[in-house]
Design a protein. Structure first.
Length: 597
């Protein structure tokens, strides 16, 4: 307690002393974390209750409810991913209630955790404030169209970055527990989406082996050296095995392990063949590449002969870029080209990182201290490249932006790390041209970051707003389990009409079956049961016997309602439904059929 008789200067000094811990907290190491959480909370909070992608709800949320009710994936229904995402959402709904808001809030927590993990790794490798660049880029590329889609990658990215951070920690400390924790994080990825986990297991193991070969002590024998390297990698793989073994044991105890393995073996090749999408044509990238070369050439000339105008030139270039990207109906080819260039960004960065590290290795293979110095300078780039490539290769060569954007956070980390690593070389190259090379280098590097962030904002933020900056997803959905979620007015009307038609012709808990992917969302939204093993009818890796079993239950009139889209071409299905059910209504192109008594 401050003495009332103390002089005014003494009281002021004591007040400043008491405020110092708060000032240190705000000015010290915690402030960037606070900024990261605040920015993520605002951005993700804005979209947390916006948008409904019906087919995704049918594929990821409806089966999660089946898990919550005691069913086992693969044994009771077919699913093309490992079941981690179903367990997460089933647990959330069991605790907080089966609603879309519950799922969205859980996903928001994962996305915010991913942002914090991205900053933590970036801070460790690039510095407290430079690390915020990766966070800014991740928020600029907030998500393609439906931001809170319940996709496995939205959940697994947190563990990808956690595994990366643990491996960096091992590289610094050489404590094996960090390798095991890194592997356990990758095992969690595998439990959510198995192919990403496998790729990360290979790329993470490769990073460890490269490290051990670079740091070998010079003892004779190539086999002995490789054995030691693989021995270290085995600790990483042990972490993966521990998590995957627990998943396998649980599924085996519930009778789902053998059906899962059989299903994956059966569908893996077919799934990859049907879902692969080619990268955009390189010709589409050319306009933005030429624009960048023109700006770079102009910057070099201004810096060489008119240096005092260089800040104004960079500001003007940024203004032109923003005008091209954001003025409607202007330079559409450049807008499309800028977006297409991002599809090539990950591969380009992987090649640049590999070439840079190999260039630095010249003449250092035989010298022990040189190899150690090389790893000290480039090891972080190799680790980040391996993890970013492992996460990205799951979608490569798929170039649709839904998948691409979700793989970008570790790519942004690699970009910031490369820029930081190349910054001294840029300074050295500018010293003969600029009187103030540090300012020139900083301004030069600002332009590509502005271009990348602006392209992300234009393509992932702006589509969610009208020309008057009003959100497109603004109409609340008046359906019980979707209450609190906002969508465009037309979609709200469709969802409510569909739910009303289903609920007026059946009761909660009744069995229905949807051939339409969009219709599968109403298993969850209208609290109806799916009597089949199908999550989607149009899925891959499903046997003819499984499809015939659905036609059998239709002939037995087991489902109360059938949802059938007009465009389905299988005439057997139409004949079977028409013979046993009567059409009671339709919404858009999907008819609802009630069984004939």
């Amino acid at each position: 307690m401050i003495n009332a008789q103390a002089s005014k200067p003494e009281r002021a000094a004591r007040g400043r002393e008491s405020a110092r811990p708060i000032r240190r907290l705000m000015q010290g190491s915690f402030l960037p974390y606070i900024l990261t959480v605040a920015a993520g909370g605002i951005c993700y909070g804005l979209f947390c209750n916006r948008g409904i992608w019906l087919s995704v709800i049918g594929y990821s949320v409806s089966p999660a409810e089946r898990v919550m009710q005691g069913e086992v994936p693969y044994k009771d229904f077919l699913y093309n991913y490992t079941p981690g995402i179903l367990w997460i959402n089933a647990g959330l709904m069991w605790i907080f209630g089966p609603t879309l808001l519950t799922v969205s809030a859980g996903l928001a927590a994962f996305k915010l955790g991913t942002l914090v993990a991205l900053y933590h790794a970036s801070r460790k490798l690039c510095g407290a404030w430079v690390g915020l660049l990766a966070v800014a880029l991740a928020l600029a590329w907030i998500g393609w169209k439906y931001i809170f889609g319940v996709f496995p990658t939205q959940y697994s990215m947190l563990f990808v970055l956690a595994g990366l951070a643990c491996m960096v920690r091992f590289d610094e400390s050489e404590k094996l527990r960090w390798l095991v924790l890194s592997g356990a994080s990758v095992g969690a990825v595998l439990a959510i989406k198995y192919n990403i986990g496998v790729l990360l297991g290979l790329s993470g193991g490769a990073a460890i082996i490269i490290r051990e070969l670079a740091l070998k002590d010079g003892s004779p024998g190539a086999l002995r050296t490789l054995a030691k390297a693989f021995g270290r990698a085995a600790w990483f793989w042990l972490g993966i095995v521990l998590v995957v073994s627990a998943m396998f044991a649980y599924l085996a105890a519930r009778g789902g392990l053998v059906p899962m393995l059989d299903h994956f073996i059966h569908f893996a090749g077919e799934y990859s063949e049907k879902r692969s999408v080619r990268l955009p044509s390189w010709r589409l990238v050319m306009p933005s590449a030429l624009a960048i070369l023109l700006i770079a050439g102009g910057a070099w000339m201004v810096l060489r002969w008119f240096e005092r105008f260089y800040p104004a030139f960079i500001a003007a270039a940024c203004a032109v870029v923003l005008a091209v990207l954001f003025i409607p109906a202007r330079a559409e080819i450049l807008k499309s080209s800028a977006l297409a260039s991002v599809a090539y960004l990950p591969v380009t960065l992987f090649l640049v990182a590999s070439a840079f590290c190999l260039f630095q290795l010249r003449g250092k293979i035989g010298a022990k201290e040189s190899r150690r110095r090389w790893w000290h300078d480039n090891g972080a780039i190799i680790i980040v490249t391996m993890f970013a490539a492992g996460a990205y290769l799951e979608v490569f060569p798929r170039a649709d932006y839904y998948h691409l954007v979700r793989t970008l956070p570790p790519v942004f980390l690699l970009l910031v790390l490369l820029v930081k690593r190349l910054y001294p070389h840029l300074l050295e190259s500018l010293e003969s041209v600029s009187a103030r090379p540090r300012r020139a280098a900083t301004l030069t590097l600002a332009l590509p970051f502005v271009l990348l962030a602006a392209t992300g904002f234009q393509n992932t933020w702006r589509p969610h707003f009208t020309s008057g900056f009003r959100m497109i997803d603004r109409s609340p959905v008046a359906v019980g389990r979707a209450r609190g979620i906002r969508v465009p007015p037309k979609q709200a009307s469709i969802i409510e009409s569909f739910a009303s038609l289903i609920e007026s012709n059946s009761a909660a808990g009744d069995e229905i079956f949807s051939f339409s992917q969009r219709g599968t969302a109403f298993y969850f939204l209208s609290e109806r049961r799916n009597p089949t093993r199908f999550v989607w009818w149009r899925n891959v890796g499903i046997s003819r016997e499984d499809r015939d079993s659905v036609l059998n239950i239709i002939e037995e009139k087991r489902p109360k309602l059938i949802l059938l889209q007009d465009g389905l071409k299988d005439q057997r299905i139409h004949d079977s439904v028409d013979a046993n059910y009567s059409r009671v209504g339709a919404v858009t192109d999907i008819g609802v059929y009630d069984r004939r008594e």
